[in-house]
Structure formats: C-alpha cells, structure tokens
Design a binder for this molecule. Structure first.
Ligand SMILES: Nc1ncnc2c1ncn2[C@@H]1O[C@H](COP(=O)(O)OP(=O)(O)OP(=O)(O)O)[C@@H](O)[C@H]1O
Ligand SMILES: [Mg+2]
Length: 405
C-alpha cells in the first residue's frame, strides 16, 4: 500500500481545517436557530396563560379579568391557538408587568437601596456558571425587576441562549464591551441589547472580548494615562448605568483573566456554582487561593453577598456525600437549595434557551415540573436574599441619617 493511501490521523493544514469547522459550525447554528427560534433572529417572548398570569400579578382571577377589561390597550396580550385549535388569550411578561403596575402589585426595590452587581464565577469550566446566570436573570425579570446580564466569556453562550443571536455571525466587534473597556467607558449604554424578556437586557459577547485580556494590560494601547487602571474599567462604566437596573449579573469565563478581575472588582457579590464532586471541590479550593490573593490587593473591598450554589446535583450517593461535606465546611455560605442535574436543561438549550423560555413540557410533565421547582427554589432564595440586602441598606441609611440629623 502506498503511503499516500494511508488516512492521516492529523492534518497538514490545521488553519484550513479549523476555518472549515468554524464556518460549518456557524452555519449549523444559524440553521438550528432559524428552525427553533425564528428567521427574524430574535426570540419571541414567552407567554403565560390567564391563571398563571393572575398569580404573577398577585390578584384573584375575577380581579385579573376586571383589570383587563379596564385596560384593553395593554401591549403583549396575544391570541394563541391551543392544541385543540381553540384561540386563547396569552400574556407576555410585558403585559403582566403592565398589569402589575396598574394593580400596584409590582415589587419595587426600596428607595435608598442600591442596584447589586453580582459576578457568577468559578475557575473551573462547565460547572453551570452560564446556566445559573441566565436562569437567575430571567427569574429576576419574571419577578418584575430590571436586570442586566454582562456576558464576560468569549464563548458567548450566555449571549446565544439569552438573545438567540449567533455571537460570531450576528454581532460585530463594536457590539461587545471590548471598546468600552479598552477606550471609552462612557459608551457602555451603546452596547446594551434588549431581549425578548421584558426587563432583561444583555451586553453580548463573542470572540472580540478576548482583546480585553490581550490589550488591557498594555499601557500604551489601552490608554492607562487617560483612563486609569485597567482593573477598574468596568467599575467606572457601570457607574453610568447602575441606576437603571436592580441587579447586574456578570457571567464570567472559567479563568481569572482581566475581564474576570474587572468583574470581581466591580461586584457587590459573588455566586460560585460548584457541582458536588471531588474534582470540582478540589478546583474550588484552588480558586479560593487565587481569590484570596486578589482580595489581598483590594484591602478595602467588602462583599455584600457571597454564596456557593451546589449545581448539577445528580442525586447519587457520592453527590450527597459531597454536598454534606460542602455544607459542613462552608456553612451558611452554601445556598439552602441546590440545582439538580436534569435533562430539561439540555432540552431547553437545544431550543436555544433555558427552562424559563419553555411554557410547556417537552418530555415528561413530571420531570419538567421538578426541574422548574428546583430552579425556582434556587432563584427565589437568591432574590429574597437580595431583597433583604436592599431592606438593610435602607435601614442603614436611615440610621446614619438619624445619627447626623
Ligand atoms: N442543572 C443542569 N442539569 C443538566 N445540565 C446542566 C445543568 N446546568 C448546566 N448544565 C449543562 O452543563 C454544561 C455546562 O454548563 P454551563 O455552560 O452553564 O457551565 P459554565 O460553568 O458556564 O461553563 P464554561 O466554564 O465553559 O463557561 C452545559 O452543557 C449545560 O447545558
Ligand atoms: Mg459559561
């Protein structure tokens, strides 16, 4: 047999091969997105039925009907065809929020409290950072609050599942935070994108944001003289928009590069998702050493919020043992509720979204219900913690006012 007939295990032209994979991959994503979402690129808002909508508005069914009768021009009420062909009215979050405002039942962050910036971070990849960030963001929006998600990972997964946009095909360099951090922190508003979820905005990412880690350390290229330290660019730019939101979530990549450091320095709190397994535990231990060194440099930095989320819990005996160990070691810093590992997450991901985008079970009703319950429990625990922090902030300002008054 001639040598040339032997199929190579490698490639003589890795550049060409990667380019081929890259183009094929993006084309595939585009086809999938157009099939499961819509060719108009943007995801359509999900809807809720009248019973669920009334619960979300926190009024009885008759009051809900009256509210609708007295506000016939409310946006986001949609006539949808059900499985048996009957037309029923469904309600988007936009409609539900408008009805909450009319009924005066929408939770408002108390006056005198501050928006919270929370980094979702862990050195380890694949622990559920992005899933946690996007789901928490959606639940915060479902509760009627305003949330901004910053995608700080060049993989752009949070961007894809939050907006339905294909990061490397449909976003330009200047649509990402790159220029904001490198040369113009004042321009942050120009990169905010509204999503199909009312009250849930994102700053999207694609490969462009890798430039932040490459260029930010370079004094000349990135204007240290004019803009100051490269570590505080996010802190500076968030000052401009923080008041427009209740919560700002930063989905960090699996690293402690300059982008993550900007997030850690700018944030009021950190959520660390850790699956209950020995490898993830061991990696977290290294992460704590790295964080300790970061906080050593930031001697005045306090965290208003720090929680470990046990993520992707399989329910196996080994996972339960690990969970117990983590709870013993980290005590109150571990969220009471954990996120279970469930097929509902990849199912929703295949439709370019999360469980909160889906209004009907795609498989077993019971599996969907259980997954949603776990997710709601985790997110409501965190949201209730935030509400508590806001109440404490207001009390602290009142106390200091009393002292000075
Ligand atoms: N609760 C869950 N049940 C099942 N699969 C999950 C769950 N949470 C996350 N996953 C899956 O695990 C994988 C990793 O999750 P995710 O992307 O959120 O992790 P990550 O920490 O952000 O990863 P990276 O470090 O690469 O950014 C994804 O395929 C996601 O769909
Ligand atoms: Mg991620």
């Amino acid at each position: 047999m001639l040598d040339t007939q032997i199929v190579s295990y490698g490639t003589d032209n890795p550049e060409e091969l990667m380019d081929k994979f890259y183009k094929a991959g993006n084309e595939m994503l585009l086809t999938l997105r157009n099939y499961v979402v819509s060719p108009e690129k943007r995801k359509k808002p999900r809807t809720w039925g009248a019973l669920e909508a009334a619960k979300m508005v926190k009024v009885s069914d008759p009051t809900f009907r009256k509210l609708l009768e007295s506000n016939p021009n409310i946006l986001g009420v949609i006539n949808e065809e059900s499985e048996n062909g009957r037309k029923t009215k469904k309600y988007t979050l936009e409609a539900i929020n408008a009805l909450r405002d009319k009924a005066g039942t929408r939770y408002k962050r108390p006056k005198g409290s501050k928006a919270l910036t929370i980094a979702i971070s862990n050195l380890k990849g694949g622990v559920g950072k992005t899933e946690t960030t996007v789901d928490l963001g959606k639940k915060i929006a479902i509760e009627g609050l305003k949330v901004l998600l910053l995608d700080f990972d060049a993989q752009g997964t949070a961007t894809l599942i939050s907006s339905g946009l294909i990061p490397d095909l449909e976003l330009k360099y200047e649509d990402t935070i790159t220029n904001v951090l490198i040369s113009n922190p004042n321009s942050i508003e120009s990169v905010i994108l509204k999503t199909h979820f009312d009250g849930f905005d994102i700053i999207p990412a694609n490969l462009a944001i890798q430039d932040c880690d490459l260029i930010l350390p370079n004094e000349k290229e990135n204007n240290h003289e004019r803009l100051g330290s490269p570590f505080i660019r996010l802190t500076e730019s968030l000052k401009i928009i923080k008041n427009q939101y209740d919560v700002i979530l930063v989905d960090c990549g699996p690293n402690l590069g300059l982008l993550t450091l900007n997030a850690i320095i700018a944030c009021d709190g950190i959520i660390i998702p850790i699956p209950p397994s020995m490898n993830d535990y061991s990696s977290f231990t290294m992460f704590t050493a790295a964080l300790r060194n970061v906080f050593k440099e930031l001697s005045s930095k306090k965290l208003e919020y720090l929680r470990i989320l046990i993520s992707k819990h399989s329910g196996s005996n080994e996972a339960l043992q690990m969970e117990n160990l983590m709870r013993e070691q980290f005590g109150r810093y571990v969220l009471t509720n954990h996120m279970c590992e469930t097929v509902e997450v990849p199912k929703a991901a295949n439709e370019i979204g999360t469980i909160y985008d889906i209004s009907k079970p795609r498989g077993s009703r019971e599996a969907y219900r259980r997954a949603l319950q776990h997710l709601d429990d985790v997110n409501m625990e965190i949201i209730n913690n935030f509400k508590d922090i806001w109440d404490r902030q207001v009390k602290a300002t009142q106390l200091s006012g009393d002292k000075h008054g």
